[in-house]
Every structure is written in structure tokens, then in C-alpha cells.
Design a protein around this ligand. Structure first.
Ligand code: SIN
Ligand code: FE2
Length: 217
């Protein structure tokens, strides 16, 4: 059994959990690709460094973000949007690596969403204390495509479920290598991440990295 407070490194590979119709947690699905994924994250962050975006309301996000792909998700005083240009560098975002594209396709196919072709990958970096409040991913034009979310590094508590912010979400522990896919009837489910507990991950140190794949148009 996966238990919220059980972080003993039991082997979760292949332990899949249905979170809701159209939503699955694929335990350890990305583990075998961990070193290629981490190498690519470092290469992307050299060209497009992690930064703390400002929300339209003027708050600095505790999660640091960067992107790869044709477009990247950005936020500033004007609002949220996808932009082909990194506003910090004035250049296009780094190309989405093949290992990212293949992982997103394989994980979504396993959940029943065939031929997912993401054009954006938001990369979130959580340091201890960083969190992401409940939200819906709804800045994408194509709501038929799922969201694919990959966890690397320190474990986190993911909140998922409900179509109103006031609906009480379920909590699921996300560990290194876990992949969550949500689409179809779950595409607009609210989700978020509770403040990250401190720890030391053997490959990533004191941080959690999340890759979120989207098809934006
Ligand atoms: C997100 O909703 O963009 C990120 C979710 C996560 O970090 O697991
Ligand atoms: Fe999200």
C-alpha cells in the first residue's frame, strides 16, 4: 500500500493508482530514465535559468520555473500566458529533448491517451518550503490532450481532485520517478503541492523537480 506518510523506499515501480476517471499515478514510471532526464534538466537550466515568476496579483511564486519546448508558461503583472520567447533572455526556449517527448508519450499512452504530442514542458523546482496552491491548468487551448506530470528528487504531497476550489482534494505522495497523467473527465481537476519538506535526495539534493507536459494549441 502507498501511504501518505510512508517514505520508506519500498519499490513502487509498476504500482499504479487510479486517482479519478481519466487520472492515474504511475508509480516509478520515469525511474529507468532518471539520469537522462536529470542531465537534460541541467542543460535546459543553463540556457534558461530557473526564476521565481510574479503572479498577476504581484506575489513572487515560491516555486522556481523554467521551460522547454515551442512555448513556455510565463506569468507577470499582465497575466498568465504561453510565450515562444523566454522573457529573461529574449530567445526561444530550449528545444524539448527526445527523452522528454518519449516519456510524455509513453506515460499518457499507458493511461489511455494515445499519441500525446506536447509542445510545452514547464519545469518546476521546489526547494524546502516551496508550494503550489490549488489551481486548474486551463491556459491551454487543447483541453482534449492530457497533462503529464513527472516527479524527480525529494518526495512531495500532491493534492488532486475536485472541480471547485472549495472541493476538498485527496492527497497522494509523489516520489522520485512517479508520473501522474490526468485528462478527459479529469482534465480540469484542481491540483496543488503542499510545502516541500526538507530532505536530501541522492541525485538531486535538497530539491524536487517536476516536469509538466502540456499541449497548448
Ligand atoms: C503543476 O501543477 O504545474 C505542478 C504539479 C507538481 O509539481 O507536481
Ligand atoms: Fe498545474
Amino acid at each position: 500500500m502507498r501511504d501518505l506518510f510512508d517514505d520508506i523506499d519500498i519499490d513502487d515501480i509498476g504500482h499504479d493508482v487510479t486517482l479519478a476517471p481519466g487520472a492515474m499515478l504511475l508509480g516509478g514510471f520515469a525511474r529507468s530514465r532518471e539520469s537522462a532526464l536529470i542531465t537534460e534538466v541541467h542543460a535546459i537550466a543553463e540556457r534558461a535559468p530557473f526564476r521565481h515568476l510574479i503572479t498577476p496579483g504581484g506575489h513572487r511564486m515560491s516555486v522556481a520555473m523554467t521551460n522547454c519546448g515551442n512555448v513556455g508558461w510565463v506569468s507577470d503583472h499582465r497575466g498568465y500566458r504561453y510565450d515562444a520567447i523566454d522573457p529573461d533572455s529574449g530567445r526561444p526556449w530550449p528545444t524539448m529533448p527526445d527523452v522528454f517527448v518519449a516519456l510524455a508519450r509513453d506515460a499518457s499512452a499507458k493511461t489511455g491517451f494515445m499519441d500525446f504530442r506536447p509542445d510545452a514542458c514547464l519545469i518546476n523546482r521546489y526547494e524546502p518550503g516551496a508550494k503550489l496552491s490549488l489551481h486548474q491548468d486551463k491556459d491551454e487551448l487543447d483541453l482534449d490532450a492530457p497533462i503529464v506530470s513527472v516527479s524527480l528528487g525529494l518526495p512531495a504531497t500532491f493534492q488532486f481532485g475536485g472541480f471547485k476550489r472549495s472541493d476538498r482534494p485527496e492527497r497522494h505522495r509523489l516520489r522520485h520517478g512517479d508520473v501522474v497523467v490526468w485528462g478527459g473527465p479529469s482534465r480540469l481537476a484542481f491540483h496543488g503541492v503542499l510545502p516541500l519538506a526538507d530532505g536530501e535526495h541522492p541525485l538531486l539534493g535538497r530539491q524536487r523537480i517536476n516536469l509538466t507536459f502540456r499541449k497548448t494549441r
